[in-house]
Design a protein around this ligand. Structure first.
Ligand code: PLP
Length: 378
């Protein structure tokens, strides 16, 4: 099955082969060398000088580690929502005893910064949360603007950058992200099962002074202690670390700059192709994601007419809508190792299934529009 979902993504053969190596002892110089390389390369993709905790668990475990390590019972947290994952970060904060003040954002749009500032000014918040790239709606939010407010009001800035680090611009230090979260199976094109948090000095101070620890495995203080000894606090998934290492080396080879440019070109090509096929984009153009594109299912057509047919007839998996968007949109993930050929394949199959289901379009128009973007930018 060809994967064009917003994670997990298809893995490079070098990554797969790296994971076939025999398991090493995790407290050995050879393994510590691989870990050290992973940390160096993670700092590169995060554009940070901060330490990065490597957690065995999916992205949500890293979200939970970030929140549980800095939030105390009764703390106020401003949480910008606007999608399933933005809401999840607020839910985790509430689960750890925070009083969450939501800044509600209409799904498919981005926030008004004045509303965020108003929420901060009216609260006694100690932290603010944002999902940088909201995968459920295909929206990328302005994390830099939130970072500026976080500094001005002395808040810890917790950002879920799970579908942006390694695919879109994430300037962890420059934007002032104190706890910057990502996951392995998205833009990094590594196997699923690892979560990461880049932690600023300010955040380490908050973590060290948090006497009310309610996490054990996910207590970031433990990760800091081990980082100083070039190791992890618990047995890491040795095999996944091999895969991560190979995936990060591929990013370095491509260069982060070229990789981000490739993702931007893929996103623009997908948007232009969708419009050429008489399809409507779900997210507003000015805040459309560069790693996943959400497209409305045309009136009269069902999810099965589009996604079901793509899967059955062409062996291609794209993602459906989540929560209230179930059956209303489908999402093409163009992150990780996706190249023009992969996109052309899904677009051309999409034209066939749409035509078959009675949607009017000019055959070949979608692929041609994507090709035009690539010949201009690629
Ligand atoms: C923006 C965002 N945050 C969080 C998650 C949750 O990550 P995981 O499924 O790895 O726990 C996802 C997964 O799709 C995501 O896209």
């Amino acid at each position: 099955m060809k994967l064009l979902i917003p994670g997990p993504v298809e893995l490079d053969s070098e990554v797969l082969l790296a994971m076939a190596k025999p398991v090493m002892g995790h407290r050995t110089p050879d393994f510590e060398e691989i870990l050290a390389e992973c940390w160096r390369l993670l700092k590169y993709v995060y554009q940070t000088r901060n330490d990065v905790a490597i957690i065995t668990g999916s992205g949500t475990s890293a979200m939970e580690a970030a929140v549980a390590s800095v939030i105390k019972e009764g703390d106020e947290v401003v949480s910008i929502t606007g999608g399933k994952f933005g809401e999840r970060l607020g839910e985790i904060a509430a689960a750890f005893g925070a009083k969450v003040r939501k800044v509600e954002v209409e799904w498919g749009r981005t926030f008004a910064i004045e509303e965020v500032e108003k929420a901060i000014a009216e609260s006694n918040a100690t932290a603010i949360t944002l999902t940088h790239n909201e995968t459920s709606t295909g929206v990328v939010h302005d994390a830099r603007a939130v970072g500026r407010l976080a500094r001005e009001y002395d808040l810890l800035f917790i950002a879920d950058c799970i579908t942006s680090v390694g695919g879109d611009e994430v300037k962890t230090d420059e934007w002032g992200i104190d706890l910057c979260i990502t996951g392995s199976q998205k833009c990094l094109a590594a196997p699923p099962g690892l979560g990461f948090v880049a932690v600023s000095e300010r955040a380490w101070e908050a973590i060290e002074s948090n006497a009310e620890k309610r996490a054990y495995y996910l207590d970031l203080a433990k990760y800091r202690k081990s980082l100083a000894k070039r190791t992890t606090p618990f047995t890491p998934s040795v095999t996944l670390i091999y895969g991560l290492h190979a995936a990060l080396k591929k990013i370095e080879e491509e260069t982060l700059e070229a990789r981000i440019r490739r993702h931007h070109t893929l996103a623009e090509a997908t948007r232009k192709a969708a419009e050429a096929m008489n399809l409507e984009l779900f997210a507003e153009r000015r805040c459309a994601s560069n790693t996943v594109t959400a497209i409305k299912i045309p009136p009269g057509l069902s999810d099965d007419d589009v996604r079901g047919a793509l899967k059955r007839e062409h062996g291609i998996l794209v993602a459906g809508g989540q929560a209230q968007l179930k059956g209303r949109i489908f999402r093409i993930g163009h992150m990780g190792n996706v190249r023009f050929g992969d996109l052309a394949q899904v677009l051309s199959a999409l034209e066939l299934v749409l035509q078959k289901a009675g949607h009017e379009l000019e055959p070949g128009a979608g692929v041609a529009a994507a090709e035009e973007v690539f010949s201009r930018e690629g």
